[in-house]
Design a binder for this molecule. Structure first.
Ligand SMILES: Cc1cc2nc3c(=O)[nH]c(=O)nc-3n(C[C@H](O)[C@H](O)[C@H](O)COP(=O)(O)OP(=O)(O)OC[C@H]3O[C@@H](n4cnc5c(N)ncnc54)[C@H](O)[C@@H]3O)c2cc1C
Length: 819
């Protein structure tokens, strides 16, 4: 790289960090046409975790949107080589992902199924075929494999230089050996980026600090949930089979051995994510750490290497030529952290990228789109920094990153709740629910009941891709709700108070539906400027310029970031009630009788019709009660002050006993809402869908003169795809006892029509009260016709699925409106 240019005093963007991620962000901003973009690097480019990476790349990721970005990253190398004249050392060898167990085969079949609707070519192959592709393996240890043509490796330094040179060719500048020491937020929303070589005033800053992302976060008062782990790989001596091979060895992942491999010279590179992983620089990353490696600790990875030598015997005698131990960073769930930060103007992050050579291109594109167009351009929910709230403390991050590292190659089953850092947040009734047999999950760090083990059953769920031991108890919970009354804690719902003289006008602008009158509730989507769904809320008008807004708990930070960015300077205040209010849903035909017993207020159908919202007494406590239920039954959501939650719970549980009250959890709620074709945030409703596609257009009021997203929605034509409901014939054709092995769709399965993949599933499960396996998903509008026949690929089998145009349960909605 040539000498750095003299530093500017003003820039539109200062990207902090010249690893592969910062260089990609710089390139994408320059490519998008932004001028005056600069990158500031403390040392030489790549001097953090980038330079010693193994450079491996692939398109396998549990989140389909991240998988797609990985494909983009790999395909981008040809473009940046052409734009820079710098080789990236690309070796697309193809990859074999080896399964040692039937459960792993299910995992690979799901990955292959997802790949189909993403347009990624992956194939399930036999062990014999795998051995033909990768002759070093001992077949006895494997049951099958997934072949992925888009895998291989690159030269980490070459890639980073190529991004940087290509960006410079587009006018961007790179300042090396320049350390950012301080960030000063200015009143106009810009930043003084103070470096050891002078200060740059930048409109935007991007934290691509990699190993120092935490420290660059702290410069702006942030504690980002990232932690570095030590990671080791070894390079073997010469392997005769490798030397003799006419073609380069394929990239290999041996999941059960927990190792990855590729050819390096005349031997192999073998890396592993050991179970007892070791964090690095837990509190603070030293600033003098540059192009350095850590002391190797072969003992730590010896157990994995032994497995490797058993599974790939030719390696055993090759000897180890070199051991690399280097640190790199992870977010608690292993996916990147990108996007703007709530409450900070023009401060962006692109960090926690643990697979830079598969992901940095996509991360750079998404962030650049976001900065330039105000929207990442595709679905980045799984990478959005806002998926973590303030609760993601350093202790939480520490526990989760270690857990995630140790499980890097393990299966996470769709019904699996991981144990680290739990319980982190609990509600006052946690112990009482536990005493009732609650099996808990954690959502946004909060413990909530998934289902209740009946007396005599251990409160523990078997992890599986198929129906679990929770299937029967959940069925009982569902039936109790439909036949009598169920009780569900609803602390996972987000709740906000919006108040002040400007509250109504402001909500009217940020939400797409008409606001409810006083004492009423309305459903309202929130749209971005492109007319895409960024939220689905329930709004209650509490009178006197006060509204209570209910939304998805996991999206709290995501929504508050949007709210804060759109709040006027005065006249409206918005505050989260998450710690102040706790609540329960009571649902089912006996729910009114239960409420009547506990309240002195008139809760009759006349006084409290469907979608009413009242402040009344319940069990002698001041409560806000909405007549609404996500179960599709007559039901109420009752909110009280957090200090009153236990009293409310005890009163509901004891008065409900005579009415057949049953506790139910999130699993039953999921089944009940599928029977009603009700969509859910982050599944059916995401920022890639329009309200018309998601069937929410009836909640968009185009007679309102002005709201965010209105002009985009008004201009849009008939939707190209639609959210639909399927009844799935989920029985396994080969099973002797079909009930014992049934698997439902869970989400992300491809939907086939006439031998082609035409859509995807967003959620699935069993409808216990309608006796059908149900899936919700998107298909092209022309196929969204009643009774149209499809197939949904579940665990490698294409199961017949019929489109139903009305909800399977109570299609006219009479039960929830019942008088
Ligand atoms: C042993 C090992 C093997 C790996 N193998 C692979 C692999 O096979 N495939 C893969 O995809 N990934 C692999 N990785 C991970 C990969 O290295 C990372 O995903 C990637 O390097 C992250 O890049 P980054 O730009 O975010 O961070 P970094 O490379 O850490 O870059 C951050 C940069 O910011 C600079 N910086 C920080 N603070 C400041 C400041 N205040 N002022 C100026 N500059 C600053 C630093 O000097 C540094 O250059 C491996 C990592 C290790 C350790």
């Amino acid at each position: 790289m040539s000498r750095s240019a003299p530093m500017k005093t003003h820039a539109r963007v200062a990207v902090i960090g010249g690893g592969v991620v910062g260089a990609s962000v710089l390139y994408h901003l320059a490519k998008a046409g932004w001028k005056d973009v600069v990158l500031i690097e403390r040392d030489e480019l790549t001097s953090g975790s980038t330079w010693h990476a193994a450079g491996g790349m692939h398109t396998l990721n549990g989140d389909p949107n991240v998988a797609k970005l990985q494909e983009y990253t790999i395909k981008l190398y040809a473009e940046i080589e052409a734009a820079s004249g710098q080789s990236c050392g690309v070796h697309i060898t193809g990859g074999v992902n080896l399964a040692g167990t039937p459960a792993r085969m299910d995992f690979l079949k799901l990955a292959r199924a997802r790949a189909r609707y993403l347009g990624l070519a992956m194939e399930i192959i036999s062990v014999d075929e795998a051995q033909k592709l990768f002759p070093l393996l001992d077949k006895r240890h494997f049951v099958g494999a997934l072949y992925n043509p888009l895998e291989g490796h690159v030269d980490p330094a070459g890639v980073t230089q190529a991004y940087a040179k290509a960006a410079r060719n587009l006018g961007a500048e790179v300042y090396r050996f320049t350390r950012v020491v301080e960030l000063v937020a200015r009143a106009d929303g810009t930043w003084d980026v103070v470096t050891d070589k002078g200060t740059i005033r930048a409109e935007h800053v991007v934290n691509a600090g990699g190993l120092w992302a935490r420290e660059v976060g702290r410069m702006a008062g942030l504690e980002l949930p990232v932690l570095a782990m030590e990671h080791q790989y070894v390079i073997t001596g010469e392997v005769p089979e490798v030397v003799a091979s006419p073609t380069e060895m394929l990239h290999v992942i041996d999941f059960e051995g927990e190792i990855y491999m590729r050819q390096e010279g005349r031997g192999m590179l073998i890396g592993t994510y050991e179970k007892a992983g070791v964090p690095w620089a837990e509190r603070e990353t030293p600033w003098n750490f540059t192009h350095e490696l850590l002391t190797p600790d072969l003992d730590r990875i010896a157990p994995s290497l032994e497995v490797g030598f058993r599974h790939f015997p030719a390696l055993e005698h090759a000897g180890i030529k070199r051991v690399i131990n280097g640190p790199f960073t992870f977010a608690p769930d292993g996916n990147p952290l990108i996007g703007p930060i709530r409450g900070l103007s023009n401060y962006w992050v692109a960090c926690g990228v643990m697979a830079g050579f598969s992901q940095a291109g996509g991360v750079g594109l998404a962030l650049a789109n976001w900065m330039v167009d105000g929207d990442p351009g595709f679905d980045v929910w799984a990478m959005d920094v806002a998926r973590f709230g303030e609760w993601a403390s350093p202790a939480y991050t520490h526990a989760k990153v270690r857990e995630n590292y140790s499980r890097r190659f393990r299966i996470r089953f769709p019904n699996e709740e991981l144990p680290a850092a739990r319980p982190l947040r609990t509600t006052p009734v946690y112990d009482r629910l536990q005493a009732r047999g609650a099996v808990f999950g954690a959502a946004y760090g909060l413990e909530h009941a998934l289902w209740f083990a009946p007396p005599g059953m251990e409160p523990r769920e078997d992890v599986t891709y198929r129906r679990s031991n929770a299937h029967a108890p959940v069925g009982n919970e569902c039936r109790a709700v439909r036949q009598a009354v169920g009780l569900l804690e609803i602390a996972t719902f987000a709740r906000y108070e919006v108040a002040g003289p400007g509250a109504g006008a402001w909500l009217d602008r940020v939400l797409a539906n008409r606001l409810p009158r006083e004492g009423r509730i309305a459903l309202a989507p929130m749209l971005n400027d492109h007319g895409r769904l960024i939220g689905d809320f329930t709004i209650a008008n509490a009178g006197a310029d006060r509204f209570v807004v209910f939304g998805s708990g996991i999206a709290e930070q995501y929504h508050r970031r949007w709210f804060d960015a759109h709040l006027p300077a005065s006249g409206v205040t918005i505050r989260s009630l998450a710690s102040e209010w706790m609540g329960f849903a009571i649902a089912g035909p006996c729910s009114r009788a239960l409420l009547t017993q506990l309240s002195s207020a008139d809760v009759s159908a006349q006084a409290m019709p469907f979608l009413a919202f009242r402040e009344i007494d319940v069990a002698g406590l001041r409560a806000h009660v909405g007549r609404i239920s996500f179960t599709g039954e007559l039901g109420y959501e009752i909110w009280v002050a957090t200090g009153d939650e236990i009293a409310l719970y005890d009163a509901l549980a004891s008065a409900g006993a005579g009415l057949g009250l049953t506790h139910f959890g999130a699993r039953a709620l999921h089944s009940l809402r599928l029977e009603k074709s009700f969509g859910n945030w982050a599944r059916e409703y995401r920022p890639i869908y329009t309200p018309a596609e998601a069937g929410l257009d009836r909640f968009v009021d185009l007679t309102k003169p002005d709201f965010i997203g209105r002009s985009a929605v008004a201009k849009s034509r008939a939707p190209a795809r639609r959210l639909v409901t399927f009844v799935v014939d989920a029985a396994d054709a080969d099973a002797v006892d079909a009930d014992a092995v049934d698997a439902d769709a869970i989400g992300d399965e491809p939907v086939w029509h006439d031998g082609k993949v035409v859509g995807w599933v967003t959620s699935g499960g069993y409808g216990h009260c309608v006796g059908s396996s149900i899936a919700l998903g998107y298909v092209p509008a022309e196929h969204a016709t009643p009774d149209a026949q499809f197939e949904i690929e579940i665990l490698g089998e294409r199961r017949p699925a019929r489109l139903v145009s009305r909800p399977l349960y109570d299609p006219a909605g009479e039960r929830m409106r019942r008088s």
